[in-house]
Design a protein around this ligand. Structure first.
Ligand SMILES: [Zn+2]
Length: 246
């Protein structure tokens, strides 16, 4: 392939723009803000699941409390009825004994139920406190997450603006390069880690960093200025400049 030597040198500007665009895309995809956001999302998810777990424990405890309160009511109603029967008097002694025994049993039962109720209420209070603390942690985390999101967006805006500028510059440079040379450059760039053209500096290919010697060096030395020369090792377009050391 033949190409205007000036256009070949312009390939280096095109390469610089493409390299920077690739770096910008990499930076955009690997922002520390994205890592921080992912970590925050994970923490928010954990807190949410902890809160759900606490809430379900609280629901169970509320059920327990209702059940105990109902039982206390039942026991109290029964004890009141027994008391009334006792106060009314006139019971045969065997029945009286049975009634007194039941009243004593009900009193013990009420005392046990009230102790249980107290335990349940204490536990409920503890869990309510834990849930409130969890809510506070969640609020703080969400505020932090909002900051991280704002930082990410600011970084995106900066990167995108630079990329937009570099893309426009790249288009302008590409417009100066013949279509066949540009197509070759793009093809090599796609298959060679984003580098399609490399300067030959001090007889070294800047694409693969190997030094040219022997017959390859002689071939490059003998090549016409408008010949498109490729590195024998990495197959990239070798751009000759005053620094090539030929
Ligand atoms: Zn090379």
């Amino acid at each position: 392939m033949k190409a205007d030597p000036a256009a070949q040198v312009r390939l280096l500007d095109l390469q610089a723009a493409d390299t920077e665009l690739a770096q910008l895309a990499h930076r955009r995809a690997h922002l520390p803000e994205l890592v921080a956001l992912a970590a925050s999302d994970e923490q928010v998810g954990e807190l949410r699941s902890d809160a759900l777990e606490l809430q379900s424990q609280l629901d169970e405890i509320a059920d327990d409390q209702r059940r105990l309160e109902n039982e206390v009511d039942t026991v109290q109603t029964r004890a009141k009825r027994d008391d009334q029967r006792l106060t009314a008097g006139g019971l045969p002694s065997k029945e009286l004994e049975g009634l007194q025994h039941e009243i004593a049993t009900l009193a013990r039962r009420q005392s046990t139920l009230e102790d249980d109720l107290l335990d349940v209420m204490e536990r409920r209070e503890t869990l309510d406190g834990e849930l409130a603390a969890l809510g506070q942690r969640q609020d703080a985390l969400l505020a932090e997450r909002a900051d991280q999101e704002a930082n990410r967006d600011a970084a995106f805006i900066e990167i995108d603006a630079t990329a937009q500028r570099r893309t426009a510059e790249r288009s302008a440079v590409a417009g100066e390069i013949a279509a066949d040379l540009l197509a070759l450059y793009d093809k090599i760039r796609a298959s060679s880690g984003g580098v399609g053209a490399a300067m030959l500096r001090h007889r070294r290919c800047e694409g693969c960093h190997l030094e040219l010697a022997g017959s390859e060096l002689n071939t490059v030395r003998a090549a016409a200025p408008d010949a498109v020369v490729r590195c024998e090792n990495c197959r990239r377009i070798l751009v000759r400049t005053a620094e090539s050391g030929l």
